[in-house]
Design a protein around this ligand. Structure first.
Ligand SMILES: C[S@@+](CC[C@H](N)C(=O)[O-])C[C@H]1O[C@@H](n2cnc3c(N)ncnc32)[C@H](O)[C@@H]1O
Length: 238
């Protein structure tokens, strides 16, 4: 049976997990700089981090994050996140789960964070809809992503380099994630841009996304069927 893109991505990150922090270290400092800390500063209450990876945002989590839950497709990355843990040994629940099918009820979290992962998930729109679904009314979805630059020569370079990056890391260099976020109905309330607008921190209110869903906790799938929001069960990582 043919391997799905999701399986391929999971295998890539399982393989990379132990060396992930080391390999992203230099680029991180150069490009992302303080934006991870800025993302973490937005977190509050019950918080879900989707595609948490090795947990590079965890050291910035404020103490007032009451319940921290992290999910990722890759068990290897989750093992690294478990090793890192939260500052002061505060509780952290980790589970292996697909961003497109979260095993949480609607409106379970005050904040939902995603960083540097919508470039990699096979269905970014599905992951964003799930983030909106599990976020409480008045809550926020906070995104730190690299996107296609609005400056054409830069965008062209991203287009040329993307196939190699997709093969090696499952990472698309030139997705228009910022446009996608807005088109799905997220309201951007704060944003910071860096490096020819490639790197963007978007603090959003997802209430507009939920208003497009049907009102009974179910939503229309693309083909008109309805599906329940909490049908997928994840595997907890102790
Ligand atoms: C480039 S890493 C980023 C990790 C982390 N968020 C960070 O900021 O360092 C991309 C992560 O997305 C995860 N991922 C990719 N597709 C996923 C999916 N469909 N569901 C959950 N996690 C996924 C990968 O396993 C990997 O840990």
């Amino acid at each position: 049976m043919a391997r799905t893109e999701r399986q391929r991505v999971r295998e890539i990150y399982d393989r990379r997990a132990a060396s992930y922090d080391r390999t992203v270290g230099f680029g991180e400092r150069l490009v992302i700089g303080g934006l991870r800390a800025a993302l973490a500063a937005e977190l509050r209450g019950d918080t879900l981090e989707i595609a948490i990876g090795s947990g590079l945002n965890l050291p910035g989590y404020p103490g007032h994050v009451r319940r921290a839950v992290g999910v990722d497709l890759s068990r290897g990355m989750l093992v690294e996140a478990r090793r890192r843990g939260r500052p002061g040994g505060a509780p952290l629940l980790l589970a292996q789960m697909d961003a497109g099918h979260l095993a949480f009820r609607d409106a379970s979290f005050d904040t939902v964070a995603i960083s540097l992962a919508l470039c990699t998930v096979p269905d970014p729109a599905g992951a964003l809809r799930e983030a909106a679904r599990v976020c409480r009314p008045g809550g926020r979805v906070v995104l730190l992503e690299h996107v296609r630059s609005p400056i054409w020569p830069v965008a062209l370079a991203q287009r040329v380099l993307s196939p190699l990056q997709e093969r090696m890391l499952g990472c698309h260099l030139d997705r228009e994630t910022d446009d996608l976020v807005r088109s799905l109905g997220f309201r951007v309330v704060k944003e910071r841009r860096r490096l020819f607008d490639i790197v963007q921190l978007l603090v959003t209110e997802p209430d507009g996304v939920r208003r497009r869903e049907t009102g009974d906790g179910r939503r229309e799938t693309g083909d008109g069927r309805r599906e329940t929001g909490d049908r997928c069960v994840g595997v907890a990582i102790a």
